[in-house]
Write a protein that binds this ligand. Structure first.
Ligand SMILES: [Mg+2]
Length: 455
């Protein structure tokens, strides 16, 4: 059936929240109570196929995200799939235009809602084509790939003509890279599950032993409480995994710029690959200053999980502020803007190491990193792997025994959550959120605030 015969007939939006804070999953210096949550959108069609897309939130505020999605989603009801996919770059621009743009142009909760809508459209497109999303994109010609991108605000760093030239240059080895992807050799994994801040040393050691046996050699730990504590926790990795372990530390926006530099100098002997989110995600010049100061010590700088759009990534790259582009599949304007950032990163020669520390992020990013490898950079990078909540998904992410992500094979963008999860965790009517404990958590306005949280 052609796309012109498929019509989007209605949509549903649901508020899904997992109480992950009860296991300390997602805990870091700035997020003491991490509640992995989705604004979960589904487009229904006249042929029965459903397009699913979501954006990620952290408990409180997820109702605001759902409201924003409900305000954007009606735009495509009654439209044919072909009218949407024939020029996805134009579709993105249309979605980001109009009265509601005034609320927060291409950033904030509106950008998250835009992402959920675009993800649902891409999921539907890939399902209709019978391909996993990465394959849908990998099978595009360079011209089709470029047509998915809105180049507004980007052309001083990358023009459509330059993008086309870059993509054509990568066509040569593409067949071999697709073969590697089909053999689960495209995307090596790194591990964050060992290093949540709330885990005890014993728990960290136990998880490290498991991760080592699974083939992991790259580890990221949450840090920033004190240099002494970081030194002790990083020492556990060296003790269990050995000297060849590649180490990263994430402090989730904790410091001022000069504070970051002074703190990291105290860890200079630990041979860290990078410090992640050392300061405000909006501080382009601050990241550049930190990177310049730490470079002689051999420590890189990474950020991106809170970068809202291609303009911020453009500036970070132009300012030479980054050693790794940590784009987040639910912060940018869907697959469209991710493709834009993949190409910019490739042009500036900076590896893309997507952020995928939350539930379902690995599912999405295993598509994105595969696209980066096959089409954009042509180089292997690494992708974060966390091991929580994969069972909640219809097409769960997996890793191989040699530490690679398994390349997705199920048609779509791997967004679909099992219906049983909604019975328990849809807010406010799922069984958990109606329980005494759930209600207490929901009704605590200070949840996640140090010294104030009561539940
Ligand atoms: Mg992080």
């Amino acid at each position: 059936m052609g796309h012109q015969d498929i019509t989007l007939t209605s949509f549903t939006v649901r508020d899904l929240r997992w109480p992950t804070s009860l296991d300390n999953i997602g805990s870091d210096p700035m997020n003491l109570a991490g509640e992995n949550s989705y604004g979960y959108l589904q487009y229904h069609t006249n042929v029965g196929t459903t397009g699913t897309g979501w954006s990620f939130a952290n408990g409180q505020g997820n109702d605001v995200l759902c409201t924003a999605i409900r305000s954007l989603a009606p735009r495509f009801v009654g439209r044919t799939l072909s009218s949407i996919t024939e020029n996805m770059g134009a579709t993105q621009r249309k979605l980001q235009s109009g009265q509601i743009r005034f609320m927060s142009p291409e950033r904030g909760v509106l950008q998250l809602a835009t992402c959920a809508v675009l993800n649902a459209l891409w999921d539907l497109w890939a399902k209709v084509e019978g391909k996993p999303l990465w394959r849908l994109v990998a099978d595009m010609t360079p011209e089709e790939f470029v047509r998915c991108i809105d180049f507004r605000y980007m052309s001083d760093a990358l023009t459509p003509e330059q993008a086309l030239t870059m993509l054509k240059e990568k066509e040569g080895g593409k067949a071999e890279r697709i073969k590697m992807a089909s053999e689960d050799r495209a995307v090596p994994a790194y591990n964050t599950s060992v290093g949540w801040l709330g885990h005890s040393d014993e728990k960290v050691k136990e998880l490290l032993r498991e991760a080592k046996a699974q083939g992991f050699r790259h580890f990221k730990l949450k840090g920033g409480q004190s240099p002494e504590n970081d030194r002790k926790r990083l020492g556990l990795v060296r003790e269990v995994v050995g000297d060849e372990a590649v180490l990263m530390v994430d402090v989730n926006q904790l410091w001022d710029v000069d504070e970051a530099i002074e703190y990291m100098k105290k860890l200079a002997d630990l041979r860290l690959w990078f410090i992640e989110e050392p300061t405000s995600p909006d501080d382009v010049l601050g990241h550049a200053k930190i990177r310049k100061a730490l470079k002689p010590l051999g420590i890189g700088v990474a950020t991106g999980e809170h970068v809202n759009n291609r303009v911020m990534f453009k500036q970070l790259l132009q300012a030479e502020a980054l050693d790794a582009v940590q784009l987040d599949a639910c912060r940018l304007a869907g697959v469209n803007e991710i493709l834009a950032v993949l190409l910019m990163a490739s042009k500036f020669g900076v590896p893309v190491v997507p952020h995928s520390g939350g539930a379902g992020m690995v599912e999405l990013c295993s598509h994105i990193s595969t696209i980066d490898f096959i089409c954009a950079s042509g180089e292997q990078s690494i992708l974060e792997y966390t091991d929580h909540l994969h069972d909640a998904f219809e097409a769960p992410a997996k890793i191989t025994s040699s530490g690679f992500h398994v390349t997705p094979t199920v048609p779509g963008y791997s967004c679909d959550v099992k219906e049983t999860e909604f019975a328990k965790f849809e807010c406010p009517n799922g069984s958990f959120w109606k329980s005494e404990q759930g209600l207490k958590m929901l009704n605590d306005p200070w949840r996640g605030v140090p010294g104030e949280q009561t539940s």
